[in-house]
Design a protein around this ligand. Sequence first.
Ligand SMILES: *Cc1c(COP(=O)(O)O)cnc(C)c1O
Length: 427
Amino acid sequence: MPDLPGLPVPELLALDRRHVWHPYGPMPGRVDPLVVESASGVRLRTSSGDLVDGMSSWWSAIHGYNHPVLNEAAREQLGRMSHVMFGGLTHEPAVRLAKLLVDMSPKGLEHVFLADSGSVSVEVAVKMCLQYWRSLGRGGKQRLLTWRGGYHGDTWQPMSVCDPEGGMHELWSGVLPRQVFVDAPPAGYEEAYAEQLRAAIQRHADELAAVIVEPVVQGAGGMRFHSPAYLRVLREACDAHDVLLVFDEIATGFGRTGALFAAEHAAVTPDVMCVGKALTGGYLTMAATLCTPRVAEGISRGEVPVLAHGPTFMGNPLAASVACASIGLLLGQDWLAEVKRIEAGLREGLAPARELPGVQDVRVLGAIGVVQLDHEVDMRAATEAAVREGVWLRPFRDLVYTMPPYVTGDEDVARIARAVCAAAKEG
Ligand SMILES: *Cc1c(COP(=O)(O)O)cnc(C)c1O
């Protein structure tokens, strides 16, 4: 193993294992992570050599790494100020970002709460919805309805609407707020399922503050796709029964599914929408909760007319500046053509996986490619198979999947697809 500048790799890994928690990991760690020395374009320079990144660092690095425009935005902002508090103060990066988000998101979302992570933006969304009904004197409306197979983050309220079975939060089933769950959405439109959604919303209307779902693509809960028509069913049923509708676009936002936001596939505006992950092009942690004037005005009419939430690093100027630059990059190019190009490459490259033993399903939507196995992935074998192809993948449960940066060239898309197939075969 080549040593990296600074600590020799074995020493670094020993310290990592002893002291550092990793996502969803035990302490001390049992599997050595790869050490990343630097990243540029779509390549990670790691202790196992240069790898093409098939993960976009969990959906976020849509423009690739070390991008000159994003670097310059960060540098320029660093020269002014990296942070100031947001209580009683404001600044151009945050204001510009809010305006950009309002202009690009589904019509009707006009107010923006800047949060410091996706999970926090979901907490804020839930707080907005519960407080809205409380302000209107209907405090009994405090539960959430969602469909199974979802993922909304790891803090308390988000955990309560993640899939309660087989997910990462099963341990907490007796402790979390008890929400209303319906079956996971089928891939295609089925009237019987739409009827189930309507009936559940009607039955629980008196206790429901909101319906919260990931539109069109369920990410970390199982990488499932569903018909956008269900979003219209939800919108109509929510309107008919006085329930707010929240779309969690943290994974789907900024073009990933072939629409700027997945809500556009159904031409539906939610009352509240969360964005995160790709917001800063993968540079810094920031998310946002957007809402309509109806929600904001409702909250303002209450006994406590304010939204009592204010993270220390709210509106962070450095993150906001990079987010503005990242959105500028996205909208300044034919991003849809790039996503469609990657979609075509993944369709072609993943087709052979259908013939592999142990493969249950292969599906592609936008710049997302998924191979679902009929068994739990052998993580070590799958990861090693991908690394042998020169690609970084992070499978989970029964899924080997990719969502590459939009700047991934055709040859690298083909290489990623080969790696997914190899990982599905070996894992
Ligand atoms: C990743 C994700 C979250 C949580 O975001 P964090 O920034 O990890 O807290 C919430 N919802 C969805 C749909 C996500 O994909």
